[in-house]
Design a binder for this molecule. Structure first.
Ligand code: PLP
Length: 359
């Protein structure tokens, strides 16, 4: 636009030859994301992040389904993007049931069934827990809802599940599904929301120039969208092999770290391949994160979004105080190797041997 003297113009991307090129690219990129999600391109709406997708699905989902009622079912171990949205809706008169996990982070489908009411407008349950790696049975829940509460809408936050565990929109059967690019090696600042065919006349998130099928106005973030689609393509190359390697690395980490005194593995077997939750029982997690960080080992004391606040997931597990204090999460990418795990294990062992535990 600078070269053509159009700086500051309000041109829509489709209005110039350059714009047409960009629009064509966005169309291709949408198809790339849709193919990976197993849905139609016009069911994919680009957002600025996973948080936005979660907010959109939940806020607009309950608004669209207001005739059904004002009750929401979610879990106590959702990401803050879901929990804070639900809390806000409670302030607006919605009633929210938070399903509790067992000690391993598992949520029982029977508990969900029991929580459903005739006025349940929306169920929001994540596909993969970001701190523990548990995989929740979204497809089973969708099937159950179809029988018991067919008008209840289902949202799944699949930010940690997309291209990590089976995550086909059609197979899962959710009405809304949130994903985010930076969890698969794409750029920050771009995500997408899948809106399925049962959602008739979906409510727009942003009114304006009609982009994203009129549902989320605002000039398309073409560079981020292209980065998102490229990350999808790259991640899908030999995906099965990548996931197998990540699972092997997770299992190697569990075995290697178990040898450290006072170290407890929290993640249940059979979880997502890229997450391992552990506790160095009695050693405060933030000190561990800082110490290991200074040695080049990047781990987290829970989801990055908590920034010092106690994690709601750890709180929901009702762990003994000393176990809860030492919880850290290891996450792996396709490039993580055994050498990284060995470095992490050695650093954790040093931390254990040289630092004082809490009293
Ligand atoms: N949901 C889950 C499960 C997450 O792990 C995250 C980010 O860590 C989000 C939502 C938020 O995604 P974003 O950072 O793209 O807003």
């Amino acid at each position: 636009e600078i070269g053509s003297g159009l700086v500051g113009s309000e041109m829509c991307i489709r209005d110039s030859p350059y714009g047409a090129q960009a629009a064509k690219r966005v169309k291709e990129d949408r198809a790339t994301v849709a193919q990976a999600l197993g849905c139609a391109p016009d069911e994919v709406f680009f957002t600025s992040c996973g948080t936005e997708g979660d907010n959109w699905a939940i806020r607009k989902g309950v608004e669209m389904n207001r005739r059904k009622g004002r009750h929401i079912v979610t879990t106590a171990v959702e990401h803050a993007a879901v929990l804070e949205t639900c809390k806000d809706l409670e302030q607006q008169g919605y009633e929210v049931t938070y399903l509790k996990p067992d000690k391993t982070g598992h949520i029982a489908v029977d508990d969900l069934r029991a929580a459903l009411r005739p006025d349940t407008a929306l169920v929001s349950m994540m596909l993969v827990n970001n701190e523990l790696g548990n995989i929740y049975p979204i497809a089973e829940i969708a099937r159950g809802l179809a029988v018991k509460n067919p008008q209840t809408l289902l949202h799944t936050d699949a930010v940690q599940g997309f291209l990590k565990v089976p995550c086909s929109a059609k197979t899962l059967g959710a009405d809304f599904l949130t994903i985010s690019a930076h969890k698969i090696g794409g750029p920050k600042g771009i995500g997408a929301l899948y809106i399925g065919p049962r959602v008739r006349n979906p409510k727009p998130l942003l009114a304006g120039g009609g982009q994203e099928g009129g549902l989320r106005a605002g000039t398309e973030a073409t560079a981020q969208i292209a980065g998102f689609a490229r990350a999808v393509e790259l991640r899908r190359e030999n995906l099965e092999e990548k996931l197998r390697c990540m699972a092997k690395i997770r299992d190697y980490a569990a075995e290697r770290l178990s040898a450290i005194p006072d170290l407890k593995i929290l993640s249940a077997p059979g979880g997502a391949p890229h997450i391992l939750s552990i506790s160095l029982v009695g050693w405060p997690s933030q000190n561990i994160v800082n110490d290991l960080g200074s040695q080049g080992v990047c781990i987290s004391a829970g989801s990055a979004c908590h920034q010092g606040k106690a994690s709601q997931v750890v709180a929901a597990l009702k762990l003994p105080k000393r176990v809860a204090a030492g919880v850290i999460r290891l996450s792996f990418g396709p490039e993580t190797d055994k050498g990284d795990i060995d470095a992490c294990a050695d650093a954790l062992r040093r931390h254990h041997d040289t630092r004082m535990p809490m009293l």
